[in-house]
Design a binder for this molecule. Structure first.
Ligand code: PLP
Length: 425
């Protein structure tokens, strides 16, 4: 039993470093989520939007950062309202945080009312059919948990048309309507000067004012930075919490949250003229030293960031220096050109940095040909995941009372707080 790393870690016999080293033998990379940075980002957004309430959008597993951990940390920090995309996401978040309000953005589906009651969450209703079905459920069950009404103001995605929204004003005026939030969503908030912003604001302001006594919400992350008129009673930041720049035309006011490191599994030297990787698209122009690292596109590191003879792809930080990728990114592996490093700066077993230490989510997004949102939500599940900060009380490796000999082994535990492993000297 003593050699079982889980048992060792639970009894506190392994240091954080040793534990992480043990975990690394089983994983190619380590993804660290800094919960304190998420809290700091939430506080900053809250301050920017005051007196509006600051909620947190934690759909898509909190943009890949872990909805359970993020909701727990933010709820401890004082966040009282969360938004998820689906009922299943709501179920997981409710299991983590008993108190806060949870809204489900994806709309109401017939015959799912009982689940809303069971998880004590609220649908964000986007058309009159949904509203009618929700009303039927509430009448039959006596459930009074509330719902949001989403009004479309120009994005043409989800939400009641303005005419349909007008049609339910009499119900609002009659009182006891069960509507706890009226909201809309901005289509171009990250473009400071887009005329769409002012148009949507005017439309929403006018319709929301008829929802007497119902709190209103319009702004996502970028919307918060469009100024006080956009903030209404509640703001709904997502991406900015996780370090994506909500003001792409200016410096990023948010702290970085996610760090991704990978292990060098092999160092190799090749001759001038030799090529690297699938398709041989990258050719060594000098005697070249390569590091092969254990992360690839199956881990959410997009193949679009590959290098070839014409274009330099993304950078990876090795021994404190930016080094270029060499050739195509494979499913599980990437080659990096180390030739410009001092001779023994990097060795097999060392960790390199793919995200963090100055490589931002937005920089990667540029190389991936996408936006920071997709970089985060694509983060793979093959990494060892480490959570830093967040006043985490319970250790990650909890005893599992139902575990029995017949079950598959659980992932190797990572102790908290886990510092990145030191480079072997
Ligand atoms: C995803 C989402 C948000 C959060 O948007 P960010 O740009 O990530 O801040 C807010 N509101 C709605 C309706 C959303 O779907």
């Amino acid at each position: 039993m003593a050699s079982d790393p889980k048992t060792l870690s639970q009894s506190g016999l392994l240091s954080a470093e040793a534990n992480q080293a043990a975990a690394l033998a089983a994983y190619g990379g380590v993804l660290t989520v800094d919960l304190d940075a998420i809290i700091a980002n939430w506080r900053k957004l809250e301050k920017t939007a005051v007196p509006a309430e600051c909620s947190a959008v934690i759909k898509a597993d909190a943009y890949g950062c872990g909805a359970e951990q993020v909701s727990r940390a933010l709820s401890r920090a004082g966040c009282r309202t969360f938004f998820v995309a689906t009922l299943e996401e709501a179920r997981k978040v409710r299991a983590a945080v008993p108190e806060p309000t949870i809204y489900v953005l994806g709309g109401y589906f017939q015959n799912t009312g009982e689940h809303y009651a069971k998880f004590n969450c609220r649908p964000v209703i986007g058309d009159l059919n949904e509203l009618a079905e929700w009303d039927v459920f509430c009448r039959r069950s006596g459930w009074t948990g509330g719902a949001a009404v989403h009004i479309d103001t120009g994005m043409n995605r989800l939400g009641l048309t303005l005419a349909d929204a007008q049609a339910i004003i009499p119900r609002i005026n009659a009182g006891d309507h069960g509507i706890t939030l009226v909201m809309s969503h901005l289509a171009s908030a990250e473009q400071l000067n887009s005329p769409t912003n002012a148009k949507q604001l005017a439309t929403f302001r006018s319709i929301a004012s008829e929802f007497t006594g119902v709190p209103a919400a319009l702004a996502n992350s970028s919307g918060i930075f469009l100024g006080a008129p956009f903030q209404f009673d509640l703001v709904r930041p997502g991406a900015a919490l996780y370090g994506v720049n909500p003001t792409p035309e200016a410096d990023n006011p948010m702290q970085p949250v996610v760090e991704l490191k990978a292990r060098i599994v092999q160092i190799r030297n090749i001759e001038r003229g030799e090529s690297v990787g699938y398709g041989g698209t990258w050719t060594a122009r000098r005697p070249t030293k390569l590091a092969i690292i254990a992360v690839g596109y199956a881990d959410g590191y997009f193949r679009a960031a590959s290098s070839n003879d014409g274009t330099r792809g993304a950078d990876v930080i090795v021994a404190g220096k930016r080094c270029p990728i060499a050739g195509r990114i494979s499913m599980d592996l990437i080659a990096i050109d180390l030739t410009d490093l001092p001779p023994n700066a990097a060795r097999r077993g060392h960790m390199v940095t793919l995200l963090g230490d100055g490589i931002t989510v937005d920089e990667l997004a540029h190389h991936f040909g996408t936006i920071g949102y997709e970089v985060l939500t694509s983060l793979g599940h093959r990494y060892a995941r480490v959570y830093k900060g967040g006043d985490v009380v319970e250790p990650l490796a909890r005893p599992e009372p139902e575990a029995s000999a017949g079950q598959p082994p659980s992932p190797l535990p990572i102790e908290q707080p886990a510092a990145p492993p030191p480079l072997p000297s």
